[in-house]
Ligand binder design. Structure first.
Ligand code: PMP
Length: 438
């Protein structure tokens, strides 16, 4: 307990900070351990957000804290472009070996996911001598100018921010649940390449192997294979944005491991360094070497503290078997949600590989989205001490992103809260409908 009230902080925040940065809870953090957060008033929460998929290895994992502390005692910043250091090189070597794809690979370190995407596009442009990029509806790639331009959702990401970066095209992402099949998506892409955009001008096709902010929709394997074939046919590069899917979340270290084909360039951030700002692009060496020296980088990219944390993250994923654990926890969560389908007719779909799971809500017995229900579930869960996030192009999805290291007892407690919350939200919505009808 700090003696500070959440409500006071909310007031100060409103006065001091740009409205442009939204906040999803009114809870101000004081401390956090693994899957639990305590707020400034001493109330405990179970964290099923993980800082938006950042602490897959839990809050303050002792091995990460220890690794960062050891680095803190040695040096905190030299800028790798001025005075380089060994752990940066060693992490690149590890990522080059880990990231899916045959052959020699190289890496560049950056600070945020958006920056990783920006740099992947720069590398693709330098390597191909072409400028156009194809991305997908519902995709999310960050809030910088190129990141926002590539993002396939206008509100709140693009609205009011003027002209987008040029030479970006969006094809529909396949979501069979919404009536967009893989075939329909590929046909629309083909149409773009026939009516709008010369394939010989396309540097890259960029996508998330499982859409994150867009709603946790996995790219169907046949779709990914078709994109790979289109890229190979026309000399385009395939970029996998693994910023949200990476580092054991989907039950494999990278979501692309669920596919038979590999990307040419992979973007990473979020859980790479367990809460320290670090991002990377890893890809085929010949492509990664296309930009001239000085064309890539940044003052903080590959900060030594973040690099030290990332080494610990990779060790933990391996030593604690987090890919297997993600599969186990995800299976339990999905089973629990399945058991509620009959009692909660708003549940339209339960999905997601590994522990990257989501539940989508429609109006009962209809295919119309039910964003109010998703929002009610999120708010009621918070009242019961469970932090959940919504997502989705229709805002009708709850996503579950707990640390993969969550203890069984805490996980089971969260499952009970989810069940109670879904049942109570259904009862409340039914009550509202009945009142409206009477
Ligand atoms: N790509 C994807 C797939 C993401 O989920 C995000 C963040 N939600 C980003 C890029 C941008 O990352 P950052 O917020 O670190 O810039």
């Amino acid at each position: 307990m700090t003696g500070v009230l959440n409500s006071n902080l909310a007031e100060r925040r409103g006065a001091a900070l740009s409205r442009g940065v939204g906040v999803m809870t009114g809870v101000y953090a004081d401390q956090a351990r693994n899957a639990e957060i305590w707020d400034v008033e001493g109330r405990r929460y179970i964290d099923f957000a993980s800082g938006i998929a950042v602490v897959n290895t839990g809050h303050c994992h002792p091995r990460i804290v220890e690794a960062v502390r050891a680095q803190l005692d040695r040096f905190t910043h030299t800028c790798h472009q001025v005075v380089p250091y060994e752990n940066y090189v060693a992490l690149a070597e590890r990522l080059n070996a880990l990231v899916p794809g045959e052959g020699e690979k190289k890496t560049v370190f950056l600070t945020t996911g958006a920056e990783a995407v920006e740099n992947a596009v720069k590398i693709a442009r330098a390597a191909t001598g072409r400028s156009a990029v194809i991305a997908f509806t519902g995709g999310f790639h960050g809030r910088t100018f190129m990141g926002m331009s590539l993002t396939g959702k206008v509100f709140p990401y693009k609205a009011g921010f003027g002209a987008m970066a040029g030479d970006v095209y969006h094809a529909p992402f396949p979501v069979p649940l919404h009536g967009i099949s893989t075939e329909a998506s590929l046909a629309a892409l083909d149409q773009i390449l026939k009516s709008d955009l010369d394939p010989a001008r396309v540097a890259a096709i960029l996508l998330e192997p499982v859409q994150g902010e867009g709603g946790f929709y996995p790219a169907p394997p046949a779709f990914m294979a078709a994109l790979r074939a289109i890229c190979d046919k026309h000399g385009m590069l395939l970029i996998a944005d693994e910023v949200q899917t990476g580092f054991a979340r989907t039950g494999r270290c990278f979501a692309m491991e669920h596919h038979d084909v590999a990307a040419d360039l992979t973007t990473m951030a979020k859980s790479l360094a367990g809460g320290f700002p670090l991002a990377a692009v890893t890809g085929r060496s010949d492509l990664m070497d296309a930009p001239q020296a000085g064309g890539l980088g940044g003052t903080y990219g590959g900060n030594p503290l973040a690099i030290a944390a990332a080494h610990a993250v990779l060790d933990i994923i391996e030593d604690e078997g987090l890919c297997d654990r993600a599969n186990l926890l995800g299976a339990r969560l999905k089973q629990r949600l399945e058991s509620l389908r009959e009692k909660v007719p708003e549940i339209a779909d339960i999905r997601g590989p590994g522990f990257m799971n989501a539940v989508e809500f429609n109006q009962p017995d209809s295919d119309q989205p039910n964003p109010e229900f998703a929002n009610t579930v999120r708010a009621r869960a918070l009242e019961r001490g469970l932090i959940l996030l919504t997502c989705g192009v229709r805002a009708n999805v709850i996503r579950f992103l707990a640390p993969i290291t969550i203890e069984d007892a805490v996980f089971n407690e969260a499952m009970d809260v989810i069940e109670e919350t879904l049942l109570a939200s259904h009862a409340a919505q039914r009550g509202t409908r009945e009142t409206a009808a009477s």
